[in-house]
Design a protein around this ligand. Structure first.
Ligand SMILES: [Zn+2]
Ligand SMILES: [Zn+2]
Length: 383
């Protein structure tokens, strides 16, 4: 909570410098304790009293106007990825094998720039919450935060977050109502049979034919679901060991399944489970199936989406309304199951390296652009 009497606007706060610092020292999902304490320290410097360790390393700041009015929540994510950075700039990752390849360092810097501004000019009505979320990349951070009693007690009227988006012109706002980002899940199917001498395969139970059928099934699975965007990507297959003398006794098949519809995703999961079990029975194998990193679809509310478009236009930002949802998934979808709100994107540049690539780096110009948009959204409903 922030008392209106104390004005602690930190004139020394440089969000670009802060972003570069986070970029040098990225931390993987669920291990972001240093990142969280850096954010907390900065919020304390602004004069706020952040609540910490919410559902892991989550952070929440409440900024009360003292007057009745709406409740708005702005969210940024702050975890990094297990990718080795390949760049020459001076803020290249010092934590080998880990990097901010999704720009969450930039999302944090943007929200801290908003915090700095609000510490000086708080909203005139209602309450603004700033939420910093860990473990976005593995789809567990939002759920864990929502389970914390300190979040259960709040009921925002509008929730906003943004993601930077390579492939669109720098600064262009990309937003649509309804499904904005797909539901998805990873799946790992393990088939356990029995090894045997390669000269006597009939004495064992090889999972190879079942794997071949599964690969074919996964490849064709989306064809049955024309009513919504659906996609299956086979990501890894492993059968037996690299030796010519042994018929395999174990296999793993991994795939990522996506759909713009939560129900269709669940339907695909059920069908896959049935098919995999049938193959296992047919070839006398034991089958284990594991669903990994599940995300709900991100559903944008029409009203809050209109607010984003209005705010962007009043700042003369270009707005693009895509016809299709984003193929990727976002943990913001979890918050939007509970609360009305909008996830939008801001273009990172048409030729910018893709997200999750080793040469990616968040474009610093977006920090000011996005924080101005957040502040405009607050001004629209709180001033
Ligand atoms: Zn990502
Ligand atoms: Zn991301």
């Amino acid at each position: 909570m922030k008392n209106n009497m104390t004005v602690n606007n930190d004139i020394n706060f440089n969000p670009v410098r802060f972003r570069h610092h986070l970029h040098r020292y990225p931390e993987l999902s669920l291990q972001e304790h240093k990142t969280a304490s850096e954010i907390t320290d900065q919020l304390l410097t602004f004069g706020f009293e952040p609540k910490t360790n919410i559902g892991g390393y989550g952070i929440l700041v409440e900024i009360k106007s003292g007057n009745p009015g709406p409740i708005t929540l702005l969210r940024a994510d702050f975890d990094a990825l297990p990718i080795t950075e390949k760049s020459q700039h001076d803020h290249v990752s010092r934590n080998h094998g880990c990097m901010h390849a999704c720009g969450h360092d930039g999302h944090v810097a943007s929200l801290l720039a908003v915090a700095n501004q609000l510490s000086q000019t708080p909203p005139q009505s209602g309450t603004v919450f700033l939420l910093f979320q860990p473990a976005e990349e593995i789809g567990v951070g939002a759920k864990k935060m929502l389970q914390d009693p300190r979040l259960k007690g709040i009921q925002p009227d509008a929730v906003y977050a943004y993601h930077n988006l390579p492939g669109y012109p720098l600064g262009t706002v990309v937003v649509k109502d309804g499904v904005f980002a797909c539901a998805s899940t990873g799946v790992m199917i393990t088939l356990i049979g029995k090894t045997s001498h390669a000269a006597k395969p009939e004495n064992g139970h090889s999972p190879a034919p079942a794997v071949a059928r599964l690969m074919d099934y996964l490849h064709h699975m989306p064809e049955a679901f024309k009513e919504a965007f659906s996609l299956v990507t086979l990501v890894h297959v492993n059968v037996g060991n690299k030796g010519f003398g042994t018929s395999p006794g174990r296999a793993e098949v991994m795939a990522t399944i996506r759909s713009s519809d939560n129900y269709i995703l669940n339907y695909m999961k059920r069908n896959l489970l049935d098919f995999a079990q049938k193959q296992a029975d047919c070839y006398q194998l034991e089958m284990q199936i594991e669903w990994i990193e599940p995300f709900n679809a991100t559903m944008n509310n029409p009203e809050t989406t209109k607010n984003v478009i209005t705010a962007a236009q009043s700042l003369n930002y270009d707005v693009v309304i895509p016809t299709e949802p984003m193929r990727w998934s976002e943990d913001m979808g979890e918050f939007l199951q509970q609360w009305p709100g909008t996830l939008f994107c801001i273009g990172s540049g048409t030729d910018h390296p893709e997200l999750h690539n080793p040469d990616y780096d968040f474009p610093d110009a977006l920090i000011e652009q996005s924080s101005r948009l957040f502040l405009q959204l607050i001004a629209q409903s709180h001033n």
